[in-house]
Design a protein around this ligand. Structure first.
Ligand code: FAD
Ligand code: SF4
Ligand code: SF4
Length: 362
């Protein structure tokens, strides 16, 4: 007599955060036959990137926003196979009694609680854009024609005139981008985390936006105040080379912005070469805000029992490189681990998902 074959229970994973990192990982897990429950704090999926605009001029500028939108649509669309819980957060996490997984308690905004069991859990909770109001001398929130990179990304995506003067709706002819706002600076230090790291995304989104501004308004002149330009991504070197010909690059970190009665903005800076104090006038100043650790990241790390790194990101070495023999069940992917652009985020999430799949298949 033959004994009936034991039915294999489908392994399952929980993905926390429905941004592009969560989407890329979810697609890998689903493809491997793993059941996925996605826990998203917000009332809708997608995170930051799908809410940005296409930066194509006559040609595609390879900003990858459409790639992020596609990943999110595929992973969380009605036919994806993933179970998506929006407006929900993880409130408890503990190893399961049999040691073969993790048990989570998730709570919705209305207080509804659900228990989940998973072989592996992924935290993909993203980042917080730097809040430029912290840097008082830049006058963000007070000077109408000083905006942030996030403002113009979202306005452009919504079809609003992103590169006009908010004060009067007139086209901006002289546009300045101020780089490294909230990055690479002790000035924006917020105890206990440091901010002296490069956010990796703001050189590329700012220069692509600058090119788009000149494409939409051929009379527009763009000036970039920078420390150095970080060329991340395969296609960016080409964009940067073109920008060098089309824009003014001033190696300086402005120390103050001031509104003029006619709505223009005076930018005060000290040129690195020569150390001379200077002032220049613009119709619109864009602060290229960087990437900060996710809001609520510390609370989530506490629930999951994982440490933060020195900057406040979730990617502490002890989580990513466990001791030999240890088998971690909590994984970290995307911008909550370290600043990353869309392509880097997708690549990282796929690699991390491969580790989760190996664990689920054990
Ligand atoms: C101004 C600006 C412009 C940019 N432009 C570009 C660009 O043109 N091209 C490019 O390649 N990159 C760009 N980037 C970078 C891009 O936004 C990131 O690479 C990408 O969004 C990272 O995806 P993510 O999924 O890791 O994080 P996120 O997009 O932040 O998604 C994280 C998700 O997790 C959710 N979440 C957070 N906390 C919790 C929690 N506790 N529980 C459950 N869910 C939670 C959030 O609601 C969100 O849905 C830009 C960044 C900035 C700041
Ligand atoms: S990669 Fe960016 S610029 Fe190119 S089509 Fe997609 S959204 Fe537009
Ligand atoms: S990517 Fe560019 S603007 Fe952003 S922090 Fe790095 S050097 Fe500064």
């Amino acid at each position: 007599m033959t004994t009936p074959a034991k039915k294999r229970i489908k392994p399952s994973a929980v993905v926390i955060g429905a941004g592009v990192a969560g989407a890329a990982a979810t697609l890998e897990l689903l493809n491997a036959g793993i059941g996925v429950t996605v826990v998203e704090r917000d009332s809708c999926v997608g995170g930051q990137a799908p809410r940005f605009g296409c930066k194509a001029t006559d040609a595609c500028q390879h900003c990858n926003v459409c790639v992020a939108q596609e990943q999110v649509r595929k992973a969380f669309g009605p036919d994806s196979g993933a179970r998506v819980l929006t407006d929900t957060q993880v409130t408890q996490c503990q190893p399961s009694a049999d040691g073969g997984g993790v048990e989570l308690l998730v709570t919705s905004g209305r207080g509804r609680q659900t228990r989940l069991r998973a072989a592996a859990v992924l935290a993909a909770v993203g980042y917080e854009p730097f809040d430029a109001r912290i840097l008082g001398p830049y006058g963000y929130g007070l000077i109408p024609n000083v905006v942030s990179g996030l403002d113009i990304e979202r306005a452009h995506a919504d079809g609003r005139a992103a590169l006009t003067r908010p004060s009067d709706g007139q086209p901006a002819r002289r546009i300045a981008f101020v780089q490294c706002v909230g990055s690479r600076s002790e000035q924006a230090h917020r105890t206990p985390e440091k901010t002296n790291y490069c956010s990796t995304v703001c050189c590329s989104y700012a220069l692509r936006m600058g090119r788009l501004a000149q494409h939409l308004n051929p009379e527009a002149a763009v000036t970039v105040f920078y420390m150095d330009v970080q060329c991340f991504g395969r296609d960016f070197a080409e964009v940067y080379a073109a920008c060098r010909k089309e824009m003014d690059f001033v190696m300086a970190r402005p120390y103050g912005l001031q509104a003029r009665p006619d709505g223009t903005v005076a930018v005060r800076y000290e040129e690195q070469a020569g150390g001379q104090a200077k002032e220049a006038e613009f119709d619109l100043v864009v602060l290229s805000v960087g990437i900060r650790p996710p809001a609520g990241g510390a609370a989530l790390a506490e629930v999951l029992g994982i440490p933060l790194d020195e900057y406040g990101f979730l990617g502490a070495k002890s989580v990513l490189c466990p001791e030999p023999g240890e088998s971690p069940r909590i994984f970290i992917a995307g911008a909550c681990d370290a600043p990353r652009n869309i392509a880097q985020t997708i690549g990282h999430a796929r690699a991390v998902a491969a580790g989760m799949i190996r664990l689920c298949e054990k």
